[in-house]
Design a protein around this ligand. Structure first.
Ligand SMILES: Nc1ncnc2c1ncn2[C@@H]1O[C@H](COP(=O)(O)OP(=O)(O)O[C@H]2O[C@H](CO)[C@@H](O)[C@H](O)[C@H]2O)[C@@H](O)[C@H]1O
Length: 653
């Protein structure tokens, strides 16, 4: 679990049920969504198949290239039976004139060429993990992909969800898929509204029935970087604040607002003729966090019983399990779901979590609904994929997630390496690269000057960027600051969120006038300048599904000091000064347990290294800068999951 084991889709024993992490591999009419695929593996263990029998490329698993195999040489014929034994048989799909599947047929072994095959099945997770990361796909299977998300940068962003849904779709589109992103058209009455000026009303209206009424929805659309950005327009998205709330807290009608998003996202592929053609029913929904969580429930309960979306699949992507979309049980009737599907969302809090004697603990939980109906589940790192199956990290959903372990994987996020590039970043005054680091110290002094700190190029400058939230371990920073400020260091923090910590940051500026700056607010240019100007980035997250700031930091030669959890542990390699023949290995420091003491100890080790071992420090910077955090490798892994999703039958038929 948590890994992405290689799938043997190319040749299979006709006995059909090939076990893949407990899943059955069954021939079904939903075998494939797209067209053709060829693939190769670097480590020489790949089976590549080609067949011309199916004409339309419908080899089982979709691994055909239509090249001629009729002229199979005689010697090859002789080996057919042996080959059959060794590699199994292939199934092709028979279609009628309309393209509907009417049956399956065997493709004789000679009609597909096995260039090489798995000799040894990976016997443990590690082997399997290494396998998928070594794969080089030449993607020819293309999918119609529909991202459903509460935010997508640059249109809307409050955190990492916006980053991911703003960049992964573009990468997937660049790899040949047809990609639509469905997200609300937020208008907050601020300058951020101009982000939507490139999107135009497509003059298509639909009515959504929920919350005891009928809601009219309009669609805005922008085609940019190969992606159809579709914005759901409704008055409830037009208000001051951010996508989820304002200075008074979360909006009270978020369940309504995101119910609208989900219903609309299900309609969009059917009704929007983008570029002249709808996406149609055969699409793959990427459902991000609880806001989009009703999509798989709707597919199963509202559409499939009427024969719609039979060939669609849904993949739930969990960016943060702490937010689940829990509301009183009575709100179920508002969601536009059939009554008999209540059990999918039903959630009963344990007795200790109930707030008063009459509290029955009954609620609806949208993320739970998605977990029990989605075809597959992804999280944003392997470490987090495991953590959410544990009592400590599962936020009450660990048992359910464990029960779906066979379809649960973790893929570490990539980053937008064009936006986050120290050699060309438009937000920083000086540029630098791994070959010439000289601009970094200039970025540091520029940052000190901008923030009104004493300009001290030799002074270790520590940064923090993120939501001021329990998740981010902000309380630990607060408790450690008095001790940290006794050292000869500077600390700059950028964030917004819990007013308690916003006030503390402001007050600390006065207390530690020459050493501390706290920028309260959400400011992307400043986040770039802190990332470039600091020497150390501190991330004491209590849990961190992936974390992007440590990735940005490493790309900018800023050494991360992080709590060893989730994606932070997966991406930051703890510094080992003795490895590499004494030159050291690693890209930062990972500390554990999550205590003030262990955080300070890691920070002090980093500060000492910065001060006293300049070349070692440069080695740390360079190794981080040279890491590959591009979306490409993540996209390849996503495609593998798409393939698995399309091969399996819908989880709920
Ligand atoms: N005040 C501010 N001003 C400007 N920019 C700010 C900012 N506060 C945060 N940001 C930016 O927002 C993003 C935060 O991304 P993270 O991945 O660190 O956290 P988040 O918890 O939001 O995301 C969740 O989803 C992502 C994506 O999957 C996971 O990586 C993560 O672990 C999970 O918690 C970064 O781009 C950061 O620079």
């Amino acid at each position: 679990m948590g890994s992405l084991p290689l799938i043997r889709v190319i040749t299979c024993k006709l006995a059909t049920n090939i076990s893949r992490e407990g899943c059955s591999f069954r021939p079904s009419r939903q075998l494939r969504f797209g067209h053709l695929l060829t693939r190769s593996f670097q480590n020489g263990k790949l089976t590549v198949v080609r067949s011309d029998k199916t004409g339309n490329g419908d080899g089982f698993g979709g691994l055909t290239d239509g090249s001629n195999s009729n002229a199979v040489k005689e010697e090859e014929e002789e080996g057919k039976e042996e080959e059959k034994e060794k590699h199994g048989l292939m199934l092709g799909i028979d279609r009628d004139d309309s393209g509907s599947v009417i049956g399956l047929h065997l493709i004789p072994p000679g009609d597909h060429e096995v260039i090489d095959s798995y000799e040894d099945e990976a016997t443990d997770t590690k082997d399997q993990d290494e396998g998928i990361e070594d794969e080089i796909f030449q993607t020819r299977v293309t999918y119609n992909i529909v991202f459903v998300t509460a935010e997508a940068a640059p249109y809307s962003k409050t955190g990492g969800l916006g980053d991911v849904c703003g960049s992964l779709p573009i990468i997937l589109a660049g790899r040949g898929h047809r990609v639509m992103v469905v997200s609300p058209r937020y208008l907050h009455g601020t300058s951020a509204d101009k982000n939507f000026t490139g999107a135009f009303d497509v003059d298509r209206r639909i009515k959504i029935h929920c919350f005891g009424g009928e809601q009219e929805i309009a669609f805005f659309h922008e085609y940019r970087e190969g992606v159809d950005w579709v914005f759901v327009d409704h008055p409830s998205y037009h208000r001051p604040g951010n996508p989820y709330g304002d200075s008074h807290g979360a909006f009270g009608d978020n369940q309504f607002r995101f119910t609208l998003l989900c219903h609309t996202a299900c309609e969009a592929p059917l009704v929007l003729p983008l570029g002249g053609y709808t996406y149609g029913e055969k699409c793959l929904f990427l459902v991000n966090d609880w806001h989009a969580g009703l999509v798989p429930v709707l597919l199963a309960s509202k559409y499939r019983p009427f024969g719609v979306y039979k060939d669609a699949r849904s993949i739930l992507v969990i960016h943060n399990l702490a937010h689940q979309g829990v509301e009183p049980a009575a709100s179920y009737k508002n969601l536009g779901l059939p009554l008999e599907w209540y059990g999918a969302l039903e959630w009963v809090f344990p007795t200790w979590a109930r707030t008063h004697a009459l509290d029955t603990g009954e609620a609806v939980n949208i993320l739970k609904g998605a977990i029990v109906t989605a075809d597959r589940i992804l999280t944003v790192s392997k470490g987090y994929a495991w953590e959410i199956t544990t009592v400590e990290g599962g936020y009450g959903l660990n048992d359910l997630l464990s029960s779906r372990r066979s379809v649960l994987n973790g893929i570490v996020n990539g980053i937008d390496v064009a936006e986050w590039d120290p050699s060309s970043d438009e937000h920083i005054a000086f540029h630098y690269s791994v070959d010439d680091l000289s601009g970094k110290v200039q970025c540091k002094t520029a940052l000190q000057q901008e923030l009104g700190l004493p300009i001290r190029p030799e002074c270790p400058l520590i940064g923090f960027i993120g939501r001021l939230d329990y998740q981010k371990g902000i309380d630990l920073i607060r408790w450690a600051t008095p001790e940290l400020m006794e050292d000869n260091v500077q600390l700059v923090m950028l964030g917004s969120g819990d007013p308690l910590y916003e006030d503390w940051m402001k007050a600390s500026e006065t207390t530690y006038r020459d050493k501390f700056r706290g920028w309260v607010g959400f400011n992307v240019p400043i986040s770039h300048r802190i990332t470039a100007g600091c020497d150390i980035l501190l991330m004491p997250s209590r849990f961190e599904p992936c974390g992007l700031n440590q990735l940005y930091a490493m790309r900018y030669g800023t050494v991360p000091v992080v709590h060893a959890t989730g994606g932070l542990r997966d991406t930051v390699e703890n510094f080992n000064p003795y490895a590499g023949g004494g030159s050291g290995e690693g890209t930062g420091w990972t500390f554990s347990p999550l205590t003030k003491e262990s955080m300070l100890e890691a920070l002090r080790t980093a500060i000492m290294t910065y001060r006293e071992y300049k070349s070692t420090w440069e080695g740390l910077m360079r190794r981080g800068m040279q890491k590959d955090f591009t979306w490409e490798s993540a996209a390849i892994q996503y495609e593998q999951v798409f393939e698995w999703a399309s091969i399996d039958r819908p989880y709920i038929t």
